[in-house]
Design a protein around this ligand. Structure first.
Ligand code: SF4
Ligand code: SF4
Length: 438
């Protein structure tokens, strides 16, 4: 059987064997939780607690600011010991609420689920927003916004993303194996809110156990599980839509332009927790892996846990560290150290020693065209990067730089080791800044 896929892309070694067979383990509480007020796309939350306050698990410590924003919550009970800028995965200190756990791990009083069937759509969306649910595949876009499409963009298809195409990461894979009912429950809530006529759950064919488990869990529902070809970036929204339903999201457009909403399987599970149990998003699954970690694992970890704690729980680092990545090796963000905390977007933490993340010295472009063939967005990485390096951002825009999904395929495949995606990111930032100025 020919599996569904998309043009372009790559086949990097998946390196999932280190953790794919390992059940999710609860990460013990750290001595201090650092909960950033900015851990989603949109306006950061405003702190609503002060030093000395006692908080319960699930209590709001940062209020949402605006529609495209969500609140943040205490991920255990304890005392607020600081409200100040702290190291953040974005690379600079950003405002955070720091909690010293009291060890009781006590939920806030009054949390309760209400049968979804007894709630109107607006109450359900409010509940999802109040729970701080964002896209857990790494995008961290507030889920309630995706569930509120404009009237002129009717949605007929819901796509669940169980692809997890980034090498090393196995958090979604384990979640599908261990909590399929939670995912299906969340999907039924999403289906109702969007009023879709079809629902597809895409999973790469390198996870046959997850395909089998989810197919069984979806039996008797209208959810169709679809096996997809193993290719990076199969899990990128536009590529997933193209592979599953053959529709191309227009240049500069969004999935809703072709009547689609895409949600990650972890997000669906979080929606079920929020609606069925009233629980805010205070923890997530993250894969800790890479050649330089002693004991790679999938951890259920509280938001705000320092990365250094994850490393300690996984047996420590094996020798000197040369590269630390939050997320996957293709699209993740390099970290300066282990001081930043886990946020809602932290799908993984990867450690590499010297020589384990090879990068040859940069050479001149040899016009081989590999970057162009690999690009799933069908743009010209080499031309855009060349414009960006000369600060010719208008020309870069003319080459459709804004359609770049920052998948990193061009950089990965370039024999001259030219940091193409970095240059394209710079061009995108300059184009966006110019657009904002008007
Ligand atoms: S140009 Fe952008 S979309 Fe194309 S391969 Fe490079 S990073 Fe991916
Ligand atoms: S892959 Fe590298 S060397 Fe080949 S055309 Fe693209 S930029 Fe040039």
């Amino acid at each position: 059987m020919r599996l569904k896929s998309f043009p372009g892309g790559l086949h990097p070694p998946d390196n999932k064997q280190f953790t794919a067979h390992k059940a999710i383990v609860d990460c013990p509480l750290p001595a201090e939780l650092v909960i950033p007020l900015s851990q989603h796309i949109g306006a950061p939350a405003d702190a609503c607690v002060k030093v000395g306050d006692l908080v319960a698990k699930g209590e709001v410590v940062g209020q949402a600011r605006g529609f495209v924003s969500v609140p943040v919550h205490a991920s255990t009970s304890g005392a607020v010991v600081a409200v100040e800028p702290r190291p953040h995965p974005a690379g600079k200190p950003l405002p955070a609420v720091v909690i010293k756990p009291d060890g009781e791990d006590r939920w806030i009083d009054g949390l309760a689920g209400i049968p979804a069937e007894e709630q109107d759509d607006e109450s359900l969306r409010d509940r999802i927003r109040a729970a701080g649910i964002v896209g857990l595949g790494g995008a961290t876009f507030p889920t309630h916004v995706k569930l509120t499409p404009p009237g002129d963009k009717p949605i007929d298809t819901l796509i669940l993303n169980g692809v997890e195409c980034e090498p090393y990461l196995t958090a979604d894979h384990r979640l599908m194996l261990e909590n399929p009912e939670r995912i299906v429950d969340g999907i039924t809530i999403l289906q109702r809110l969007l009023g879709v006529r079809r629902t597809l759950l895409g999973i790469e064919a390198n996870k046959p156990d997850a395909i089998a488990v989810m197919t069984k869990a979806c039996a008797g529902t209208s959810i169709e599980v679809v096996a997809l070809a193993v290719k990076y970036p199969q899990g990128a929204e536009k590529q997933l839509i193209l592979a599953l339903i053959g529709k191309e999201v227009p240049s500069g457009g969004l999935p809703m332009d072709v009547g689609v909403v895409v949600q990650n399987v972890g997000t669906a599970a979080a929606v079920a927790d929020a609606v069925r149990h009233g629980r805010p998003l205070v923890e997530r699954i993250a894969t800790v892996s890479g050649p330089a970690i002693a004991n790679p694992q999938n951890l259920r970890v509280r938001i705000g846990t320092p990365l250094s704690h994850l490393v300690a729980v996984c047996g420590g680092a094996k020798g000197e560290l040369a590269k630390i990545i939050m997320g996957g090796p293709m699209m993740g963000s390099a970290q300066l150290g282990l001081e930043a905390p886990v946020t809602r977007g932290t799908s993984g933490l990867l450690l590499f020693g010297p020589g384990q993340f090879p990068r040859a010295p940069e050479g001149p472009c040899i016009r081989c065209g590999r970057c162009v063939r690999a690009c799933p967005a069908h743009i010209l990485p080499t031309a855009i990067a060349a414009c960006a390096r000369l600060d010719r951002f208008d020309e870069a825009e003319g080459f459709d730089a804004m359609d770049c999904i920052e998948c990193g395929c061009c950089t990965y495949t370039c024999p001259a080791a030219i940091p193409l995606v970095q240059a394209i990111r710079q061009a995108k930032a300059a184009i966006l800044a110019k657009r904002r100025k008007g």
